[in-house]
Ligand binder design. Structure first.
Ligand SMILES: [Ca+2]
Length: 508
């Protein structure tokens, strides 16, 4: 057994086609530490396996973890109790954070839906997979996390919002465009959370009962129960639509928890829109608390099913929400409320249950290679992100403490008519620096000015800092082969036909 990766062992196991469900189910749940005696006597371990007529899904070190990836839509990094938000109630995620590795500097590469989701699935940057705007289609032959893990012996499942199909937001997505996911209860995109549909195997439209995030979570709980005793590990995505607007649509018991008059607003919300923001924020926080309960329920199911210990749970969002900060709503802009996302990762079998803050920068395309690294599965050459598995295990920070954020083509809620512009930005552990096509645009010291209210561009006393960050941005652009061209170049390259606002038209 010595010298074989868990992938190779799993392959041997699969090729033998032998089954011993009891041993396998037991072996899947053994803690890493409990394998140590076998490391000293590998031959004894092999002999035992041979005696039982089977190799369990375990290599010398550990069994392969299940993977549960939970993606909220538009949930900004600050909007959690654990992150110091003075209003929102997120007790389940707060408890989870206390046991998790928290990436404090996680950002969304292009802070809007489709680009981020395509990068999570492929580990590629948006100018490579081509989905740098909403409602563009991901190539059916893309190399995705589900295809790679599926080939490595994982069951694969996806429940909820997809938004990388680009064939209409309510269209049936046939199996050949499901990117390797077998279990499938998905709709491309809806924000009508209380009248929400999905497709499963066939083209018949089916309805989620009630508030869709709750119904989707119940389905994920059933999936977990059904797969807990299975002979293969699983990767399951649960992608909720909220807390994305419309804001006033969470179940009433959650909306009743928030009084707009009592909310504390961030100082970067202009007084002129404060009343409107209070109302919207109350609804947003209600969605967040509803999802927090969903998360708690799902985690409890993992515990009850006996798999929580050896399941990698990753909780994140595709991007944030400005929610009135800087006088703006939604996302796409390079401010923290838009670009910073929550990212909590939890794997007690490997990392224990002591909460940690990781300062290394992580970008959207890094999630897939990191998950593959944790599963000990080979990372395909198409992937551009960085594998942070060793960093998560306590190793050195391999990042350069700077993440690239971009808007290759403004569209939709931040189209050119609404002030949208092409930009490239770096967000370091401390600073945000953005350049548009005309030159330097924004410079914030996020440590001294966490609400990004003082733009330091052009100020003499910060000139050296501006030069340094400009160099960092140039380096990141060079590393990623990004020439920062006007949007027209990318739109023409990928053959997108846009409407007069610069948006890819879509059917609801
Ligand atoms: Ca989104």
């Amino acid at each position: 057994m010595r010298g074989l990766s868990s992938y190779e062992v799993a392959s041997i196991y699969e090729s033998q086609g032998k089954k011993n469900a009891t041993l396998r189910a037991t072996a899947k749940h053994i803690r890493v530490d409990s394998m140590k005696p076998f490391q000293a006597f590998p031959h004894l371990f092999c002999a035992l396996c041979a005696l039982c007529g089977s190799f369990p899904a375990i290599a010398g070190e550990s069994s392969r973890p299940n993977v549960l990836i939970i993606i909220a839509d538009q949930w900004r990094a600050k909007n959690f109790g654990y992150a110091g938000d003075p209003n929102v109630k997120t007790p389940h995620l707060d408890a989870f954070e206390r046991e998790s590795a928290r990436f404090v500097n996680a950002v969304s590469n292009i802070p809007v839906c489709t680009p981020t989701r395509a990068s999570i699935l492929t580990g590629q940057r948006a100018l490579t997979h081509g989905l740098f705007m909403n409602d563009a289609p991901l190539a059916p032959e893309a190399v995705t996390i589900a295809k790679v893990l599926g080939k490595a012996g994982y069951d694969t499942g996806y429940i909820g919002k997809w938004h990388v199909d680009g064939h209409g937001r309510s269209s049936f997505i046939p199996p050949e465009r499901r990117q390797g996911f077998d279990y499938w209860k998905v709709l491309e995109c809806t924000h009508d959370y209380n009248h929400s549909f999905y497709f499963a195997d066939g083209p018949e439209k089916q309805q989620w009962e009630g508030y869709d995030a709750v119904a989707q979570t119940r389905d994920a709980q059933d999936y977990v129960r059904g797969h807990a005793k299975g002979n293969k590990p699983f990767v399951l995505f649960l992608a909720w639509g909220p807390p994305h607007d419309p804001y006033q649509t969470a179940p009433s018991k959650y909306r009743d928890m928030y009084d707009p008059a009592k909310l504390v607003l961030p100082p970067n919300v202009p007084a002129s829109i404060a009343a409107q923001v209070r109302s919207r924020m109350a609804g947003y926080d209600a969605h967040c608390t509803a999802l927090d309960q969903c998360f708690g329920d799902l985690r409890q199911t993992c515990k009850d099913a006996g798999i929580e210990e050896n399941t990698v749970i990753a909780f994140t969002a595709d991007h944030g929400d400005l929610l009135g900060s800087h006088g703006a709503y939604n996302k796409q802009q390079p401010f923290d409320e838009s670009v910073c996302v929550p990212l909590l990762m939890h794997w007690p079998a490997k990392w224990g249950r002591t909460g940690r803050h990781l300062m290394g920068t992580i970008n959207t395309e890094d999630l897939m290679p990191t998950i593959l690294g944790l599963c000990d599965v080979r990372i395909p050459p198409s992937v551009q992100g960085v594998n942070l598995a060793a960093y998560l295990a306590g190793g050195k920070d391999p990042t350069d403490s700077a993440s690239l954020i971009l808007c290759p083509a403004p569209f939709g809620q931040w189209n050119r008519l609404l002030g949208g512009r092409e930009y490239r930005a770096v967000r370091t552990n401390r600073y945000t620096y953005a350049r548009d096509l005309k030159g330097p645009w924004l410079l914030f010291d996020n440590e001294r000015d966490p609400y990004q209210m003082e733009n330091l561009i052009g100020q003499a006393e910060h000139a050296a800092l501006q030069v340094r960050l400009n160099e960092t941005l140039d380096r990141k652009l060079k590393e990623t082969d990004d020439k920062f061209l006007p949007s027209k170049s990318y739109v023409e390259k990928w053959g997108y036909v846009l409407d007069r606002t610069g948006t890819i038209p879509y059917a609801n």
